[in-house]
Design a protein around this ligand. Sequence first.
Ligand code: NI
Ligand code: MN
Length: 225
Amino acid sequence: MKITFYGHASLGIEVGGKHIIVDPYISANPNAAHIDIDTLKADYILLTHAHGDHILDVEAIAKRTNAVIVSNAEIAGYYGAKGFQSHPMNHGGSWNFDFGKLKYVNAIHSSSFPDGSYGGNPGGFVIEGEHKNVYIAGDTALTMDMKFIPMRTKLDLAILPIGDNFTMDVEDAIIASDFLDCDKILGYHYDTFGYIEIDHEESIRKFFNKGKDLMLLEIGSSIEL
Ligand code: NI
Ligand code: MN
């Protein structure tokens, strides 16, 4: 499994020979100016919630690639009504896709579309594929529900928001990683706007002091699991 960071909460995942894009907010992110959305491959687009900083580039990518948009029922329905391919899920449910097994899990946040449409309730995803398991938290507060995830799935990586203000901060993300029983963390949802700027070295050190590895990727760079 290969995971590429496209800035903010945007990810590319290659698994089972398929290309997945998560929460594409790239074309308006000045930090991601070197990423051209017209070159991104996508068989699926996973959306954690409907906020503008997670869905901005969905339609452009889906129109070009014909990717299947996977999200909660309301978000899938919103795009389905516009003629896009979609797959509706809801909290606690899993589906065996051709890239692996995907579960939609709880997040504590909000989820309206920029145009005011109802975006259901926000979530995160657990992906099980190629004998590697990854949790993508989405925008969320620290929540006890995270303790359920390792009861079913031994995680190899947890992708957690760490920018504070709209989501968990670093300290809560460290507690989250305890709940998740996962010491390998990819941080996201930081630095994009003034509200969520973080000190990289201090954040990495705080995780390190708890015996955990926080990775902060350059935009456009990848890790292999
Ligand atoms: Ni949000
Ligand atoms: Mn967000």
